[in-house]
Design a protein around this ligand. Structure first.
Ligand code: C2E
Ligand code: MG
Ligand code: MG
Length: 691
C-alpha cells in the first residue's frame, strides 16, 4: 500500500508526539526547579560565599563556551557547565546548583537566539537531570553535608552513581525528543548516541569532585584546574586554526568515507543511503525510482593491455561522461572496478528510464583517447524500478544486477528487469565461478580436429577445440562457455591456457615423431590484447616449438572491432613467424581491400556455406569464388564443416587446398588422434561417415 501525498496538516499531525513530549519535559523541569529550590536552602555554614560565586560563574562560562572536538570524523561539542553545577550540588546543595545551571542555560540559549521552546526545553532538562542526581545523593549519602570535608572516599561510588543518573537521564530526555522529532526509532537513536555522550560528558563530570577538593584547599588553586580547560577551549575556539583544521579534516573524512577516490563519484555507502532516501520519498509522493547497474564490457582488457594507469584514466573519463549525461539530482556512483550505478530518484515510467539508459550508452560511444590510442568502451546497463520490480533496496539492487547480466548477453546495451532473467542468472553466476575453477584445475581440455589436404590426402595440421569436462554437466562445448568467458574477463586466462596446452601437445607430438602443426582459436578480445605476442613468444620458448608450427584463427568481426589495434597485434604475431587464419570466412563483412593489407596466411570458409554446396547453387558459386579469390591472393584456403564425400570431391574440383569436418574426423583427444593418424598413416583413406 502506498501512502497518499502528505498535506501540511498531515505534517503538523506527524509532529504532535514531539510537541507533546516537549511540553511535558518543560512542565516537569520547571516543576522540579520550583519544588527543589523552594524546599532546599543553600548550605552557607562557615565557607566563603566567594567560592559559590566563582563556581556559579564557571557554570555560566562553561555553558557559553562549548569545547569542540571531532569524533568518528564528525564535529561535536561538550559544555563544561555541569562540571561546576555538579560541584555546587555536592558542596552547596541543589538550590544554588539549579539556579546557576538553569540561569546559564537560559542566558546561553537566549544569546544564541534559540527558539523559546528549545531554550525552555534545555533549561528544563538540566533541572530534571540535576534533580535526579540530587535524589540519588540524598538517598545514599545525604550529601551535601554542612561539615567539611563535603565528601569522603567512601562516598565516591555514590557520587559516581549520581553522575551516571545525571548523564543517563540527560541522554534519555534529549534522545527521545530528537527521535520523536526525526521520526526515528528511539532505541536506535539512543544506542547511536550513548557512547559519544557518555564519553564526552562523563569525562568532564569527573572533574566535579576534583574541583571541589581543589577549591577546599584554596580557591586560587581552582585556577590550576581551569588552565587546562581554558587551553583546550582556546585551541578549539571557533576561529582557531585548530578548529578550522579539524572542521576541514572532518569534512574531508566524511567526503572520503562516502566517495570513490579515483573518480570522486559517490561510493556504494552513499549510493545505498540515497537509494533508501529515494525509496522513502518515492513511497511518500507516489512516484517511481530507477536504479541502473552498469558494467564496462572490455575494461579488464584495457587494464591488462595498457596497464592500470590507462585503466584509471579511462574510468575517470567515463565517470565524467556519465555525470554529464545526467541531471544534477541524479546520482552516478562507482561501486568498484568497472562497475557503476545510476540512481534516478524520479521517473514517470519504464520508457523514461530506458531513454536515460540509451543516453548513457550513447555517451560512451564516442571513442576515448587513452595513451595515444582511441579506445571504445561499451557498458551493459541493467535497469530495475521501484516499486515495479522491488519494494526494498536490497531486492532492487539485486534485480538491477540481474538485468545487467541479461544486458551483457543480449544484443542491446541495456535491459529492463524481467522475472525470467532471474531464473538463469544464479545458474550463470555459479557457472562463472566453476569456469574459473576449471581453468585453474585443468578441467578444460583440448580436442584436436585434423585438417586434410584435398590433393595429397595428408594431414599436416590440426585445430585445437576447447572442451570443458564439467563434473556434473559432462562434456560441455565451447558455445556454452566461451561467450561466458568473453563476458566475464575469463577469456584471457582461457586463451593462455589453450595456447599453453596446444603448444605442450605440439612438443609431445614432435617427440613422438609426428609432424603436426596446430591451430588455436582466438577470441576478439585476445586479438586486441597488446601483451599477447609477448606471451605467445614466451610459451613457444617454454615448449621449444618453432613459431611456424602455430597458427592462430581469428574471425573477421574481431578485426573490425578495432582494426588499428588488431593490425598492430597481428603484425607482431606474423612477424614472429606465426600463421594467421581468418576463421568463419564468408559470414562477416571483411572487405577485399582489408584482406590484402592484413598479414594473413589462410582463410577458412565457414561451414554454413560449405555444407550446402552440393545442394544449393548459389552457395556453390560463392564457395568456388572464395577459393579462387584466396588462391589469387596467395592464401591457403580451408573449407570447414565437410560432412560427406560429395562435398569433399566438389571442393577438390574447385582447387581448394584443405578440408576439415566430420567426414574426415571428429575433434579427438590427443590419444585418439594419435591412433587415428597411425591407422591412416597420415594418409587419409577417407573412411565414410554414416552418421
Ligand atoms: P570454429 O573455430 O569455427 O570451429 C569449428 C567448429 O565446427 C567446432 O565446433 C567443430 O567441432 C565444428 N565442426 C567440425 N567439423 C564439423 C562438421 O563437419 N560439421 C559441423 N556442423 N561442425 C563441425 P566447436 O568445437 O563446438 O567450437 C565452436 C567454436 O568455439 C569454434 O568455432 C571456435 O570459434 C570456438 N572455440 C573452440 N575452442 C576455442 C578456444 O580454445 N578458444 C576460443 N577463443 N574459441 C574457441
Ligand atoms: Mg576455428
Ligand atoms: Mg569456424
Amino acid at each position: 500500500m502506498r501512502e497518499e501525498r502528505l498535506t501540511p496538516a498531515d505534517r503538523t499531525r506527524m509532529h504532535i508526539p514531539a510537541r507533546r513530549y516537549n511540553a511535558l519535559i518543560i512542565a516537569a523541569g520547571f516543576g522540579v526547579f520550583g519544588v527543589l529550590t523552594l524546599t532546599n536552602a543553600p548550605l552557607w555554614d562557615h565557607r566563603s560565599p566567594l567560592e559559590l560565586w566563582v563556581l556559579a560563574g564557571l557554570v555560566i562560562a562553561g555553558e557559553m563556551l562549548p569545547i569542540r572536538y571531532t569524533r568518528n570524523g564528525e564535529m561535536s561539542e561538550v559544555v563544561t557547565s555541569t562540571t561546576f553545577s555538579f560541584a555546587l550540588l555536592l558542596s552547596w546543595g541543589i538550590a544554588p546548583a539549579l539556579l546557576a545551571q538553569v540561569t546559564a542555560s537560559l542566558v546561553a540559549d537566549l544569546a544564541r537566539r534559540k527558539s523559546w521552546w528549545k531554550t525552555a526545553f534545555n533549561a528544563a532538562q538540566y533541572a530534571i537531570c540535576l534533580g535526579a542526581a540530587h535524589v540519588v545523593l540524598q538517598l545514599t549519602t545525604g550529601i551535601p553535608r554542612a561539615i567539611s570535608p563535603h565528601f569522603l572516599p567512601r562516598d565516591l561510588p555514590f557520587v559516581i552513581l549520581a553522575m551516571v543518573a545525571l548523564l543517563v537521564l540527560n541522554l534519555v530526555v534529549t534522545g527521545v525528543g530528537m527521535a520523536l522529532h526525526h521520526h526515528r526509532s528511539i532505541t536506535g537513536f539512543l544506542r547511536d548516541d550513548l557512547s559519544s555522550s557518555l564519553f564526552g560528558d562523563g569525562v568532564l563530570l569527573l572533574l566535579s569532585p576534583v574541583s571541589l577538593i581543589v577549591a577546599e584547599v584554596d580557591l586560587w588553586f581552582l585556577l590550576l584546574l581551569l588552565v587546562p580547560l581554558a587551553g583546550v577551549y582556546i585551541l578549539t575556539h571557533e576561529n582557531s586554526k585548530l578548529v578550522a583544521r579539524l572542521r576541514r579534516q572532518a569534512d574531508q573524512n566524511r567526503h572520503q568515507a562516502l566517495h570513490d577516490p579515483l573518480t570522486n563519484l559517490p561510493n556504494r555507502t552513499l549510493l545505498q543511503d540515497r537509494i533508501q532516501q529515494g525509496i522513502f520519498r518515492a513511497e511518500r509522493d507516489g512516484h517511481r525510482l530507477a536504479l541502473m547497474m552498469m558494467d564496462l564490457d572490455r575494461f579488464k582488457e584495457v587494464n591488462d593491455a595498457l596497464g592500470h594507469h590507462s585503466g584509471d584514466v579511462l574510468l575517470k573519463q567515463i565517470a565524467k561522461r556519465l555525470r554529464r549525461a545526467l541531471r544534477q539530482s541524479d546520482t552516478v556512483a562507482r561501486l568498484g572496478g568497472d562497475e557503476f550505478a545510476v540512481l534516478l530518484p524520479h521517473v514517470t515510467d519504464p520508457s523514461a528510464a530506458i531513454a536515460i539508459a540509451e543516453k548513457l550508452a550513447e555517451s560512451l560511444r564516442e571513442p576515448f583517447a587513452i595513451s595515444e590510442l582511441s579506445l571504445e568502451a561499451r557498458g551493459s546497463i541493467g535497469i530495475a524500478l521501484y516499486p515495479d520490480h522491488a519494494s526494498d533496496m536490497g531486492p532492487l539492487v539485486q534485480r538491477a544486477d540481474v538485468a545487467m547480466y541479461a544486458a551483457k548477453n543480449g544484443p542491446r546495451s541495456w535491459e529492463l528487469y524481467a522475472t525470467e532473467q532471474d531464473q538463469q542468472s544464479p545458474g550463470r553466476l555459479a557457472l562463472v565461478a566453476q569456469l574459473r575453477h576449471a581453468i585453474d584445475h585443468e578441467e578444460l581440455v583440448l580436442h584436436y580436429q585434423p585438417k586434410g589436404e584435398l590433393s595429397s590426402h595428408r594431414v599436416k595440421s590440426v585445430e585445437a577445440l576447447a572442451r570443458w569436462r564439467h563434473p556434473r554437466n559432462g562434456i560441455m562445448l565451447p558455445d556454452d562457455f566461451i561467450p561466458l568467458a568473453e563476458h566475464t574477463g575469463l577469456i584471457r586466462p582461457l586463451t593462455l591456457y589453450a595456447l599453453n596446452s596446444a603448444l605442450k601437445q605440439c612438443r609431445a607430438w614432435e617427440e613422438q615423431g609426428l609432424d603436426l602443426n596446430v591451430a588455436v582459436n582466438l577470441s576478439p578480445q585476445s586479438l586486441l590484447d597488446l601483451q599477447l605476442p609477448e606471451e605467445v613468444q614466451g610459451l613457444l620458448e617454454r615448449w621449444k616449438v618453432p613459431a611456424t608450427r602455430l597458427k592462430l584463427e581469428i574471425t573477421e568481426s574481431s578485426i573490425m572491432a578495432d582494426p588499428m589495434r588488431a593490425m598492430r597485434v597481428l603484425n607482431e604475431l606474423s612477424g614472429m613467424g606465426i600463421g594467421v587464419s581468418i576463421d568463419d570466412f564468408g559470414t562477416g563483412y571483411t572487405s577485399l581491400a582489408y584482406l590484402k593489407r592484413l598479414p594473413i596466411d589462410e582463410i577458412k570458409i565457414d561451414k554454413s556455406l560449405v555444407s550446402h554446396i552440393t545442394t544449393n547453387q548459389s552457395d556453390d558459386v560463392i564457395v568456388r569464388s572464395i577459393v579462387e579469390l584466396g588462391r589469387n591472393l596467395g592464401l591457403e584456403v580451408v573449407a570447414e564443416g565437410v560432412e560427406d564425400k560429395a562435398t569433399w570431391d566438389r571442393l577438390a574440383t574447385f582447387g581448394c587446398d584443405t578440408a576439415q569436418g566430420y567426414y574426415l574426423a571428429d575433434p579427438m583427444t590427443p590419444n585418439e588422434l594419435a591412433s587415428w593418424l597411425q591407422g591412416a598413416g597420415q594418409q587419409i583413406q577417407i573412411p565414410f561417415r554414416t552418421i
